[in-house]
Design a protein around this ligand. Structure first.
Ligand SMILES: CCCCCCCCCCC/C=C/C(=O)SCCNC(=O)CCNC(=O)[C@H](O)C(C)(C)COP(=O)(O)OP(=O)(O)OC[C@H]1O[C@@H](n2cnc3c(N)ncnc32)[C@H](O)[C@@H]1OP(=O)(O)O
Ligand SMILES: Cc1cc2nc3c(=O)[nH]c(=O)nc-3n(C[C@H](O)[C@H](O)[C@H](O)COP(=O)(O)OP(=O)(O)OC[C@H]3O[C@@H](n4cnc5c(N)ncnc54)[C@H](O)[C@@H]3O)c2cc1C
Length: 676
């Protein structure tokens, strides 16, 4: 990171903000990113990317039409991966990988996204030794391009009802892949339409007349030389989307397409030459690629929210609009209390999500090590943590980005702000890798070792609880929340408040489920009728995790310069959650009306404390202008002159007279004149 973010020629308001900060940005950046060495590496990577001519992003992506964008993103993806090993540690997908990619690709996916984010981890973790030998080389050398083809027109969430079949033929030792209906068409896979010549295909496995559920196969789709689809394969692009239009998300159909036996991933489940099926140690090991992306996307999402809030805070520091005291001059919009309430909680959320991303990364790595030793014990915990975080984080990120956009008024609506790109990219995370509500229901059913199962075992006194769930077994306090005022409240008290709310709702949802089981004829119907309350329980459970994890992470910081800032942001995160959560905290009088009013006072006082440091805090997220790609969020704060430049470089302004005028408007006006 740069020694100082202040330069000659910068906007005076933003410079003053930086000069008045009470801490050194470098220190906070080091804490946020996990140490000085990591920040130093970020700078090294940034410089290397800037030096590399092939990584120059000269075309402003937002002015490109879909096909041009797809082509430009393919060019960037190839250049990025050509030089990656000279610049980053490619094994660190959670850290250097995400950062490096964001510098080059911006907020978009591309021809190689799925190749690296799903296929590579699937091959590393689900291929047997022979398959690994055969597939890993071409994946790494990029002599083939691959994707992950699971979702179909008719089914995405419910994997057990996927319709694509893989029927084993022992005579030829082949599987026959087939799409029996229109709804069996694979639909959505990234880079499937035009880029990939291989795909992991999820298909229902049949051997010797028996069904064994969905299994992954590594399938060649296009000719290695001509890139034409192979006979029996129909493939194409599904068309423009809300975002990620650099990616050719595709459709795919098979017509009795034969593939060799060893194209089925065989580290876990196996089909022997005679068709005998050998089941895996854990039924869901074949879903590992999804768990990987759910784990990695938490950091990506927090960085999207972080870039949105950096843009909004910097812009709010240079934008002057209206007067607080009449005739005393227009104020920076950052001085409005309402603006602060819109923005500062997004700073806290970014940090809470980032610190949670560090935790899920650690768990993912532990589970991967365990799985290599054949131990599946921690898999359900990872499934729960990654599914729950994925849901809550992607939802709050999308809402937070939208608040940042609104907080920038009209300019927030322009592509020059970058908000449309950030939002349309990030909000995809609410849907892909498991629709958020569905994932919350998984949390209720299974996550953190199964909230629902936990409740019954706690009541029976037989619960085996992990660190993430042990609070559920604690007795609800009979007394009120200990909250008296923001100055005195401790991290432990705030964590206790969130655990109270989560515990209350978990037991409430459990009791309702049990009641519904007596009212409805099947447990599944009872489950459906309890769905809303179960989702609320999951959300509160995840929020309690986020608060606990935030304060645990921050407790490692002993630096008197930055610790107060982290404490203020943590308190704001928690108090904003309590104030917004209302009813969850007032149940059984746990929070009184007076306490709630004091919470709100506490928030106002935190906003005031954070205000002088707001620009410096977002500076510490360490986003370069290259990453932000936002005229509003420029480091130098020189927004207005650059908005004008941005508009002037717009291809529509290349000529004074537009074709729309020549073809349509001029004839109309001429005709109008003739009628005068
Ligand atoms: C460098 C920058 C990187 C940034 C990242 C950006 C890259 C983004 C690229 C985006 C690409 C997107 C790709 C995709 O979207 S791929 C398709 C993803 N699809 C889904 O996620 C589908 C969602 N559905 C499911 O996961 C399952 O069907 C569902 C979990 C909903 C149910 O599964 P199923 O019906 O098979 O199982 P049951 O409900 O019967 O449950 C049985 C038990 O198994 C447990 N379970 C389920 N899944 C798992 C798992 N993965 N691991 C461990 N355990 C699992 C489940 O909880 C049940 O447990 P219990 O019986 O104990 O209750
Ligand atoms: C940007 C993007 C990229 C993608 N990339 C890929 C890819 O590379 N490969 C791939 O295979 N797929 C990909 N997908 C597909 C994605 O994984 C699915 O869209 C996602 O899993 C949701 O499934 P669905 O579309 O079937 O939604 P549906 O399941 O039809 O969901 C529709 C609604 O029904 C509700 N619902 C569904 N089931 C239940 C239930 N059991 N209980 C309660 N409510 C329920 C949902 O909550 C939701 O509100 C991508 C999708 C997007 C948007």
């Amino acid at each position: 990171m740069e020694d100082t973010l202040i330069r000659e020629g910068d906007n005076l308001d933003i410079t003053k903000e930086r000069r008045n900060a009470t801490f050194r940005v470098k220190k906070l950046a080091a804490f946020i990113h996990g140490g000085e060495e990591i920040v130093r590496r970020r700078k090294e990577i940034y410089d290397a990317v800037e030096r590399e001519p092939r990584l120059k992003n000269s075309v402003p992506i937002e002015f490109l039409a879909r096909e041009e964008r797809h082509e430009e993103q393919a060019r960037r993806a190839v250049a990025m991966t050509d030089v990656a090993t000279d610049i980053i540690d490619g094994s660190d997908m959670f850290g250097e990988g995400i950062y490096y990619q964001s510098l080059i690709m911006g907020r978009d996916l591309h021809s190689l996204s799925l190749h690296y984010s799903m296929v590579l981890p699937a091959i590393q973790n689900q291929a047997d030794d022979e398959q690994l030998d055969e597939w890993l080389g071409p994946i790494i050398s990029r002599s083939l391009i691959s994707t992950y083809a699971q979702t179909e027109l008719g089914h995405g969430t419910n994997l057990s009802k996927l319709e694509t079949t893989a029927t084993y033929d022992p005579k030829t030792q082949e599987f026959i892949l087939h799409s029996p209906t229109i709804t069996a068409t694979k639909w959505w896979p990234g880079a499937l339409g035009k880029s990939s010549n291989y795909a992991i295909v999820m298909a229902q496995l049949y051997t010797n007349g028996k069904w064994h559920g969905p299994h992954p196969f590594f399938v060649q789709l296009r000719d290695a030389e001509t890139h034409m689809p192979l006979k029996g394969v129909t493939v194409g692009d599904i068309g423009p989307k809300l975002g990620i239009n650099g990616s050719d998300n595709g459709f795919l159909r098979f017509n009795n397409f034969r593939i060799p036996r060893k194209t089925m991933f065989m580290k876990n489940a196996k089909v022997l030459p005679d068709g005998t099926y050998v089941p895996p140690k854990h039924a869901k090991l074949g879903f590992g690629a999804m768990v990987f992306v759910r784990s990695i996307m938490i950091k990506d999402q927090s960085m999207q929210l972080g870039s949105a809030i950096t843009i909004a805070v910097r812009y709010s520091a240079i934008r002057r609009q209206g007067e607080i005291v009449p005739n005393s001059g227009e104020v920076q919009i950052l001085d409005y209390q309402t603006q602060q309430l819109r923005l500062f909680p997004q700073i806290s959320r970014t940090l809470a999500f980032l610190f949670a991303a560090y935790e899920v990364k650690d768990l993912y790595l532990r589970v991967t090590t365990q799985l290599q030793e054949g131990n599946t014990e921690l898999l359900p915990e990872l499934h729960g943590l990654s599914s729950g975080l994925k849901s809550v984080v992607s939802w709050e990120t999308a809402q937070g980005i939208e608040q940042c956009r609104l907080a920038c008024g009209g300019h927030g609506y322009s592509q020059a702000s970058a908000f449309p790109e950030i939002y349309s990219y990030a909000v995809g995370g609410c849907t892909y890798e498991g629709e958020n509500i569905v994932m919350l229901l998984q949390v209720a059913r299974q996550a953190f070792l199964g909230l629902v199962k936990i409740v019954s075992s706690i009541r029976a006194g037989t619960a085996k609880l992990s660190l993430l769930t042990s609070y559920i077994a604690e007795k609800q306090p009979k007394t009120r929340s200990k909250f008296t005022c923001v100055e005195n409240v401790s991290a432990e008290d705030l964590i206790a408040d969130f655990e109270y709310a989560a515990r209350e709702q978990i037991f409430y949802a459990y009791d309702l489920l049990k009641k519904n089981e007596t009212l409805y004829s099947t447990p599944e119907e009872a489950w459906n009728k309890t769905g809303i309350e179960l989702c609320k329980a999951s959300r509160l459970h995840v929020k309690a995790f986020l608060v606990r994890n935030y304060f645990n992470y921050v407790s490692k910081c002993n630096d008197s310069e930055i610790r107060p800032i982290l404490d203020q942001l943590g308190k704001l995160y928690a108090l904003d959650g309590i104030s917004g959560g209302g009813v969850w905290f007032t149940r059984r009088g746990y929070y009184s009306d007076d306490q709630m009013a004091t919470v709100r006072q506490g928030i106002y006082s935190l906003l005031e404390k954070i205000r002088p440091n707001a620009v410096a805090i977002v500076d510490a997220f360490d986003f370069s202008d290259r990453e932000l790609q936002s005229v509003l969020g420029r480091r130098d704060g020189n927004v207005y002159e650059n908005l004008l430049k941005w508009a002037q470089q717009n291809p529509m302004n290349r000529s004074e007279i537009s074709t729309a005028y020549i073809k349509h408007l001029k004839p109309m006006m001429t005709e109008g004149k003739s009628k005068l």
